[in-house]
Design a protein around this ligand. Structure first.
Ligand code: ZN
Length: 309
């Protein structure tokens, strides 16, 4: 039996997984992310945790194929990180450093791209090799997989779909400093903002209240048949579908895999994205399926492991 480790390094915790080479997750655990000293100890902490797991399991290190890791920042195809502000990291070759520390083959990728790879391998994207993962959380994250491989881009910023410019008239600034980015409308935060705007002018009955205009409240309302919630969801779906149509014209994926907190609404979410995608997409790209992600927070562990193959 051969094994592999998948590691998802976040700003607060490092999620770690011990898997077979077939992708069966045997065990997962977490260690805290030590951000002191510009994150200088993070990779060595992870390496030490892997070493003790190998000892605990009584396996031969020669049976470990390697360790993969996803990090919250741009990473190019050579494993060079172009700064990860959440960890305090600057520019360095993380794959080389991680390999030196673990004594194992190591591969490092951007966390969103790595999660996309995980969903293709063991999640909502199983059976496809050209997918775009769309993570609808606080922001809108993305990962593009073409022919089974991550599109990293020249500076590691491939798949940053949340910052596709979609509205010329936006006055509010996006987290990136731009104005009118997709994530200003299609994230959980953006959905709440739309809810707040429409709620303020709403004259009819609604299940929504001013103190809870979250994405969950809106989609719960949609399921209950609430008219305002359906309007909010329609506006959200229209903008997101337009963004996905733009992406489809560039990479023509087999499927969009929709994940992140907003996707907990379930398949009803897809009912609001698909009509808009079909309306705005070029006919040659309209074959793309809309599916939900299935791995949740484990996508990064699976995808990091898959980097080794
Ligand atoms: Zn932006």
């Amino acid at each position: 039996m051969k094994y592999v480790f998948g590691v998802d390094i976040g700003g607060t915790t490092v999620k770690m997984g011990f898997l077979t080479s077939e992708g069966e997750l045997l065990e997962k655990w977490e260690i805290p992310t030590d951000r002191s000293d510009n994150g200088a100890n993070i990779l060595s902490d992870v390496a030490a945790s892997i070493d003790s797991k190998i000892t605990e399991k009584g396996i031969d290190k020669a049976d470990v194929i390697g360790v993969g890791a996803g990090v919250p920042g741009p990473v190019d195809s050579n494993g060079i990180i172009h700064s990860a502000a959440n960890l305090g990291w600057g520019v360095f070759n993380a794959s080389e450093e991680f390999s030196r520390l673990t004594g194992l083959k190591a591969m490092v990728g951007n966390d969103a791209n790595v999660a996309a790879l995980g969903e293709m391998w063991k999640g909502g994207g199983v059976g496809y090799k050209d997918i775009v993962m769309v993570t609808l959380g606080t922001g809108v994250g993305g990962g593009i997989i073409i022919d089974g491989k991550i599109v990293n881009g020249s500076a590691g910023a491939g798949g940053e779909i949340g910052h596709i410019h979609i509205n010329d008239d936006e006055q509010a600034a996006c987290g990136c400093g731009g104005h009118g980015c997709l994530e200003q409308y299609a994230s959980a935060t953006g959905l709440s903002r739309t809810a707040k705007e429409l709620f303020a002018d709403w004259k009819e009955a609604t299940v929504l209240t001013a103190d809870d205009l979250s994405a969950k409240a809106v989609f719960d309302g949609v399921k209950a048949g609430d008219k305002l919630c359906k309007e909010i969801a329609a506006k959200f779906g229209d903008t997101l579908g337009k963004g996905l149509a733009i992406i489809a014209a560039v990479v023509n994926p087999e499927a969009f895999v929709i994940g992140g907190g907003v996707s907990k609404a379930g398949s009803i979410l897809l009912d609001y994205i698909t009509p808009s995608f079909e309306k705005y997409s070029f006919h040659g790209t309209r074959n793309a399926k809309m599916v939900l992600a299935t791995l949740g927070n484990d996508a990064g562990i699976y995808g990091a492991a898959k980097l080794l193959f």
